[in-house]
Design a protein around this ligand. Structure first.
Ligand SMILES: [Zn+2]
Ligand SMILES: [Zn+2]
Length: 250
């Protein structure tokens, strides 16, 4: 990265910092609570969150799937994944569903601090952070990033990068197709929607690297899987995935 780019990035992130609400605010219920810590979640809200514990699929990370003793649950048993494991601190339900919506669609970029902190704790608990070479957010298409003003996955990746002291790269995994919003689509449509949507720019960049891929939600896994496919095809050693939340397999 050239010095000018890094200066621009710094200015960009400090401009976002100016928009952040005061310390002591819970980012979920927006109430003041002086006991709120760096995750910006008050104890009342924390009680309502569904944290995913050891009782989950060791591959896709979905909670309480049958066959947890095996490598794959009934949801992902017959799927081809290009990542090794996916992790999420939370179930995609209730207030988390609403808060992720606020984060993405209601111009509240600062909520990355809450989600980033929960994701960080999951990575630490799972002890998977040690040999990661690079952190890569799922990219947004230029047009959607311009419309939203920020890439929600990039803010999370940036948080993890600074806390774990692992570099982040946003220049070499690109979204080349402006895809439809995934949450309005069924399972097969989601897969087709993201097919060939991503491209690696510098084919030597990810060679032999272990990558932590960061996205907001893991539903069917179609988006992170398609990113993982192009990363692995460009020579990556391994891809791990972390998202804020994942839905139950129903
Ligand atoms: Zn709260
Ligand atoms: Zn699974």
């Amino acid at each position: 990265m050239c010095p000018r780019d890094s200066l621009l990035k710094k200015l960009y992130y400090s401009a976002l910092d100016l928009l952040f609400p005061e310390e002591g605010i819970c980012f979920i219920c927006d109430k003041y609570d002086e006991d709120v810590k760096e995750d910006h979640i008050c104890s009342d809200c924390k009680d309502k969150l569904l944290f995913i514990n050891e009782n989950r699929c060791p591959t896709c990370g979905k909670p309480n799937c049958e066959g947890n003793a095996l490598d794959r649950c009934s949801y992902c048993a017959n799927k081809t994944f290009y990542f090794t494991k996916a992790f999420s601190p939370l179930e995609f339900t209730g207030i988390i569903r609403k808060t992720i919506y606020k984060y993405k669609y209601e111009s509240k970029p600062y909520i990355y601090k809450s989600f980033g902190e929960l994701m960080l704790r999951t990575l630490e608990r799972e002890n998977v952070k040690d040999d990661i070479d690079i952190i890569v957010p799922v990219p947004l298409h230029r047009s959607r990033k311009a419309e939203r003003g920020y890439n929600q996955s990039e803010l999370l990746a940036k948080y993890l990068s600074s806390k774990l002291d692992i570099p982040m790269d946003t220049r070499n995994l690109k979204r080349i197709k402006s895809t439809k919003v995934q949450n309005k689509l069924g399972r097969t449509e989601r897969h087709l929607n993201v097919k060939d949507a991503f491209k690696v720019k510098d084919m030597s960049f990810f060679k032999s690297k272990k990558i932590l891929l960061v996205d907001d939600i893991f539903t069917t896994g179609a988006t992170v899987n398609e990113c993982s496919r192009v990363l692995m095809e460009s020579g990556a050693r391994e891809v791990l995935v972390i998202t804020i939340a994942t839905g139950r397999h129903t």
